[in-house]
Write a protein that binds this ligand. Sequence first.
Ligand SMILES: Nc1nc2c(c(=O)[nH]1)N[C@H]1C(S)=C(S)[C@@H](COP(=O)(O)O)O[C@H]1N2
Ligand SMILES: [Mo]
Length: 407
Amino acid sequence: MKELSNASRRRMLASTGGIVALASLGGVARADTGGADSAAAKAVKSLPDYASWKDADSLIVHSANTIETKRTAFGSSVITPTDRLFVRNNVTPPKDPSMVKEPDSWTVEVSGVAKPRSFTVAELKELGLAAVPMVLQCSGNGRGWFPHKPSGTQWTVGAAGCVIFTGVPVKALLEAVGGMTDGMVYMTSTGGEEIPAGLDPNTVKIERSVPISAIEDAILAWELNGEPLPLAHGGPLRMIVPGYTGVNSIKYIKHLAFTKEQSMAKIQQTSYRWTPVGGKPKPSEDSIWEMPVKSWINYPSDPDQTVKAGKVQISGVAMGGMTAAKTIEVSVNGGKDWQKAEFVGPDLGKYAWREFVFAADLAAGTHELACRATNEAGDTQPEKRLENNRGYINNSWRDHMVAIKVA
Ligand SMILES: Nc1nc2c(c(=O)[nH]1)N[C@H]1C(S)=C(S)[C@@H](COP(=O)(O)O)O[C@H]1N2
Ligand SMILES: [Mo]
């Protein structure tokens, strides 16, 4: 599966070669002026009711359904506090707080297995327990740097966070129902949003299929960072597919099915596909599933801040995608020269990100700071993003570069 998607990314890269060259220039220009970041910061809206408990100062509210963590608000303790974690809803989310009042009584139906049945969360809690530190990241994180201005939220780095989800391994659940039916190829999760009457359910249903290889580390989670899973993040119960982009981790899950085919929902068939720029999405294109290696600098990153000349501790986060982040390099001259940086803080496993630091000596002037991670599989973060119509999976180190004033 990984080979397949890499092959298709290469095809896409080849077919958009001309655009790529232009695109990286556009990205730098906008990063230099703080473009996407400051535009977003200006869009000050107040937090929607279902997320009113969040730390407003740490967040950019793009809309009632899209809330981003500020680049300066990740901290450097690996775990992203829940009140600073981004929120993304594809449709109007359930807002009734009573939904998470008695989380243990929420039910999920399980099908495509030897003994189909439904489970309450209380019953799931008896089947197994796993805690998974992992990066939750929207497929469109970094979309703000795509030069063709794809539709969708113009996220820069903050549609991501590193958090700990706790729940039952899908493997343990499968054991309890006698395993999946022969010949199943996908694990398909359905969200608990109500479908408005009169609409074709497939046009609005939040339902995603992932290859069954994802079962290995997937969990059904009821806890986030040590607290009951809030409604805003999919409580009472949520699918978590570590290593995959956020859309594959279905919130308020009502139905878990093992299926021969991918979901017929629009969000599976034509959204979240590797579609060439300007192309019409096709179900035959690869789906947006696994995340690639990626990193970015969080300090210093504020374009309005002037850093004092001399020693500067440049820090940020590095994630490996499907394997652990192995090394991280920093450049203080726009990617001309690279030096090894050091990981700091705890190593929470292959799906979590690592904090890193690089002790630089910066003279007065403007410096372009970049970082570039390599994972255990040997993939190094590329200079250029892979162009695609909807602006998914941007891991270009050049786009994530920051221009810093030093005096
Ligand atoms: N039921 C449901 N699950 C969903 C979504 C949604 O709209 N409905 N959005 C997905 C997307 S696109 C992302 S990026 C993540 C965001 O998770 P968060 O809101 O907890 O940060 O949830 C995913 N799961
Ligand atoms: Mo997303």
